[in-house]
Design a protein around this ligand. Structure first.
Ligand SMILES: Cc1cc2nc3c(=O)[nH]c(=O)nc-3n(C[C@H](O)[C@H](O)[C@H](O)COP(=O)(O)OP(=O)(O)OC[C@H]3O[C@@H](n4cnc5c(N)ncnc54)[C@H](O)[C@@H]3O)c2cc1C
Length: 451
């Protein structure tokens, strides 16, 4: 019997075993093309078949079959990851979890219990109906799944107040299904969640998630423009680091970047640097006055009414910024950097002196695990060759700017790999044959190659 026939037998509904080449190709891709380097490397990679399970029992049956037959399995949520995280390098089964999309409950103590394919936007809306909201979410909130966020994401809107996804017990617990002859369902809680977080589906399939929420706030959005990036940065830092302000988003852009936000051109001041805020509605007037006192120009201020609010400023922040910039100039790409909060201004001038408009500053403030709000950054950079891109990365590191390289296709490159190798240890245990998203955990691959 062929793999497809086997799958149709165990899945019972053949409609959920997809073999149409165009469909399989579409569901084998993510936003890898953000990187010109990965675009070149991954364009021809495709799975053999896509399966859409609707239950934990079906996932177990698929994994059992693939384990027995030595077939690779690559988990997929909405496929919005940027580094080819969900692209199968060795064919096999693409395990599309989007039909397992139930928000099972919102606990009165502020915990959402969800299936892996639940959209983050659905969880946010559901949580707000119960007086809670997500602590942090990516700018792809409308599409992205919670399983994919745990598998490949890191933080986003809300991180200025609540840190990244891996911080402060935001992921309370998760269940993971192992790739063994008889797959097990194992619950990870407390520190043990880090075995699985950001492992790109290489060491288990996340099947259930307990996510800590935070009490809902009535938010407002506000845009403030300043003549120079330095003035904008000073003001944004003042708001971001002060406990006085209740905020969900503080994003600072160099003028060239904001110029690419064509749908919201009317709220962009030509030639100026901009800050996009989500701030407590009760502080909106005070924020506007404070900005004016510092010679800032408020170009937009309005209440926020959930994810359908238009314009939705978060659609232009985090890695959406890169998307708008790339739309305006397809030679642009991005890096993911962390600036030193004390020496950031010197680091900015060193980068601008060396690269000028080939390195455009885009700052996202976020709280780190020591509760300090620091300037993270997703700068927009001009691509010419891989060598020049690597030279930029080297220079950043030389001047103390950390870089999580988004132009490599393995867990270790993306900056969330744990130096105590707990993700690798979990892979050895839960995926002894190395069939889950093979090729994406470089340290495991090196061990395999050495044998
Ligand atoms: C325009 C744009 C903006 C973005 N902004 C942000 C941002 O602000 N913050 C951020 O962190 N990311 C951001 N991203 C990246 C991405 O959108 C998020 O990480 C998102 O949460 C991924 O969810 P997904 O469902 O699309 O995952 P996918 O892309 O489908 O999967 C991501 C990874 O997780 C694995 N995976 C998926 N489901 C499971 C599962 N159930 N079990 C185990 N592994 C699994 C996949 O194999 C893959 O390796 C952005 C991307 C784009 C294109």
């Amino acid at each position: 019997m062929s793999l497809v026939d086997h799958l149709k037998e165990i899945i019972c509904d053949p409609e959920r075993v997809l073999t149409n080449p165009a469909t399989v190709s579409r569901l084998s891709r993510d936003f890898y093309w953000y990187s010109p380097v990965l675009k070149e490397l991954l364009s021809d990679k495709v799975g053999d078949v896509v399966v859409q399970p609707i239950s934990v029992e079906e996932i177990c049956a698929i994994l059992r079959l693939c384990h027995a037959t030595g077939v690779a399995v690559t988990a997929r949520g909405a496929g919005t990851g940027n580094y080819g995280q969900a692209i199968p390098l060795q064919g096999g089964v693409v395990l599309d979890l989007t039909l397992m999309d139930t928000v099972e409950s919102i606990h009165p103590d502020g915990v959402a219990i969800c299936q892996p394919g639940a959209k983050l936007g659905t969880i946010e809306n559901e949580a707000r109906r119960h007086g809670w909201e997500l602590r942090c979410y990516p700018s792809t909130v409308a599409k992205a799944s919670v399983g994919g966020f745990l598998g490949g994401g890191s933080g986003g809107i809300g991180s200025v107040a609540h840190g990244g996804l891996r911080d402060f017990n935001t992921v309370r617990a998760l269940e993971v299904i192992t790739m063994e002859a008889v797959p097990q369902i194992i619950k990870h809680e407390g520190d043990a969640i880090h075995d699985i977080l950001h492992a790109w589906g290489t060491n288990g399939i996340i099947s259930r998630i307990w996510l800590s929420l935070t009490p809902a706030v009535t938010w407002a959005q506000c845009v403030v423009a300043f003549p120079s990036f330095n003035e904008a940065y000073d003001f944004s830092e003042q708001i971001a680091i002060s406990n006085h302000w209740t905020k969900r988003l503080v994003t600072t852009f160099e003028s060239h970047i904001a110029a690419s936000f064509t749908p919201i051109r009317s709220i962009i001041a030509s030639g100026k640097a901009h800050i996009f805020f989500m701030i407590a509605a009760s502080q909106l007037d005070e924020l506007q006055q404070t900005a004016k006192d510092r010679d800032g120009e408020v170009t937009f201020a309005a209440l926020y009414d959930g994810l359908r609010t238009s314009p939705l400023l978060s659609d232009y922040t985090w890695n959406h910024t890169t998307l708008w910039a790339m739309k305006s100039d397809n030679a642009l790409t991005y890096l993911q950097c962390g600036f030193n909060p004390v020496t950031a201004r010197t680091q900015f001038s060193q980068l601008k002196a060396r690269y000028g408009d080939d390195f455009l500053l885009h700052i996202e403030f976020m709280k780190n695990s020591d509760h300090i709000v620091v300037p993270g950054s997703i700068p927009v950079v001009r691509f010419s060759t891989a060598e020049r891109l690597n030279e930029m990365i080297d220079f950043c590191r030389e001047i103390g700017v950390s870089v999580a390289n988004p132009h490599v296709n393995h867990v270790e490159g993306g900056g969330r790999y744990r130096q105590d190798h707990i993700q690798l240890k979990a892979k050895r245990k839960y995926d002894p044959k190395g069939l889950l998203n093979p090729g994406k955990m470089a340290s495991y691959q090196r061990e395999e190659d050495a044998h």
